[in-house]
Design a protein around this ligand. Structure first.
Ligand SMILES: [Zn+2]
Length: 108
């Protein structure tokens, strides 16, 4: 009986360690901060569902002046935004500079 319990406890500890190794906690920078909109939205290019603060929100250029009922475009990332506008023949709005620009080592 004691051997069964010991084996179960050892298996539980090993499985707990394996779970912690396989599913590590995401870094703090990926977590939503205060004020971030966490509503899931679908990308207008590929349809992927993503929280709004993780993607690129593009408001229509004349929404502020004329009408506000035009829905804002939403994309997973800037690549999907660029391909969306390329397919439509329009030019995407100027991309804002990221706060910490990574060095561009993968120049093709
Ligand atoms: Zn997308």
């Amino acid at each position: 009986m004691f051997a069964v319990l010991t084996t179960l406890i050892i298996i539980w500890i090993v499985m707990w360690g394996f779970f912690k190794f396989m599913y590590p906690r995401p870094p703090k920078s990926m977590m939503p901060k205060k004020g971030d909109v966490t509503t899931p939205r679908n990308c207008d290019y590929c349809g992927h569902s993503l929280a709004e603060y993780r993607g690129v929100l593009e408001s229509p250029p004349d929404a502020a002046s004329t009408q506000t009922d035009v829905p804002a475009l939403f994309f997973c990332n800037y690549e999907h935004q660029a391909e969306f506008h390329q397919a439509r023949g329009t030019t995407p709005p100027k991309r804002p500079e990221p706060p910490t620009a990574p060095p561009s080592t993968n120049a093709s």
